[in-house]
Ligand binder design. Structure first.
Ligand SMILES: [Zn+2]
Length: 317
């Protein structure tokens, strides 16, 4: 009886906690109230209440130099001071879509700017994939892939030499040579793209989102939370979404869990759902629909590229 009671209590507690968490997620960030303390500006000696001097703009918390202040100055030089880089990162994990809503609705100073964050996270992810991880090794061996590419190129030129030799004898070989050459070109291109994707996952993620952003925007532009969503606003939302993805991939790459890193693409549904206010089902359906349309378009354009390559190879060899 006592045990069951305890279990019930625990269950209710978890339920309550998750309810509280959901309420917290949806609530816009609370900015601390202004202190009523009077300050004397150390720069222009005006007296005022508030966080900044109304005359010259110097902060009320201007302390003497200490290691902490020096470190903050250093961070500031790299754009990481003041505007809550770590808080923004934490909220990108805990409430990404609601953070985006806050930002779009005008809470700009509370959050780290999305573009700046993108480049910063990208720089970190480059460090992590180049050896700043628990194995201390570059995750994607450039040399290895290059050798593979080189080997393939050599193979294809050797083949070419052979085929050109026989070419003069047999004209039937023409079509076989053509398809072989086209295949090599396409294969090389795909290999290079894969290589790029492994080394710069967040850039690829951004490109993917940009690519399907038009379609996604078409499906989300009248969402319940922002019925008159603009494309530029949606772009910012996608940028924060990419930042969230990059944080996950940095963490997974740091622990050398590349498969999890690839899977975290599905986590991008979370900010889309929270931001739009659609249900999980509708968010998923809309995203899948946009991705499918874009995928079809991509396949069609790829076929077109293959067709053009064949034509070019035919013409110029
Ligand atoms: Zn002042």
């Amino acid at each position: 009886m006592g045990f069951r009671n305890l279990n019930m209590k625990k269950k209710i507690n978890i339920k309550e906690k998750s309810q509280q968490f959901k309420v917290w997620q949806k609530q816009p960030r609370q900015v601390k109230p202004m202190s009523q303390e009077e300050h004397e500006c150390l720069n222009c000696h005006d007296h005022y209440t508030g966080n900044f001097c109304p005359r010259c703009g110097q902060s009320a918390n201007t302390d003497r130099f200490s290691m902490k202040v020096a470190a903050e100055n250093f961070a500031d030089a790299y754009g990481m001071g003041e505007r809550g880089m770590f808080r923004t990162m934490r909220e990108l994990i805990l409430r990404p879509g609601y953070l985006i809503l806050d930002y779009l609705r005008g809470m700009r100073v509370s959050y780290f700017a999305p573009f700046k964050m993108f480049f910063l996270l990208f720089a970190i992810s480059v460090f992590v994939t180049h050896g700043l991880n628990i194995k201390g090794k570059a995750l994607y061996d450039e040399h290895q892939t290059e050798t593979v590419l080189q080997g393939m190129n050599e193979g294809s030129t050797a083949e070419e030499a052979v085929t050109t030799e026989t070419d003069t004898l047999e004209n039937d070989n023409e079509s076989a040579r053509l398809s072989e050459r086209t295949k090599t070109i396409m294969y090389n291109a795909i290999e290079k793209m894969e290589h790029f994707e492994k080394r710069f996952p967040s850039i690829v993620m951004l490109l993917v989102l940009m690519l399907i952003s038009g379609m996604l925007f078409f499906f989300f532009r009248h969402c319940p939370n922002i019925p008159d969503l603009r494309y530029s606003e949606f772009f910012i939302a996608l940028l924060y979404t990419t930042n969230m993805y990059t944080i996950y991939s940095i963490v997974f790459d740091f622990f050398c869990l590349s498969n999890l890193s690839a899977l975290s693409i599905f986590l991008t549904l979370i900010p889309l759902k929270q931001m739009s206010g659609y249900s999980w089902r509708r968010t998923t359906m809309k995203t899948v629909a946009a991705a499918l349309i874009m995928f079809t378009a991509l396949v069609l354009s790829l076929l077109l590229v293959i067709f053009c390559t064949v034509l070019l190879v035919k013409k110029f060899g």
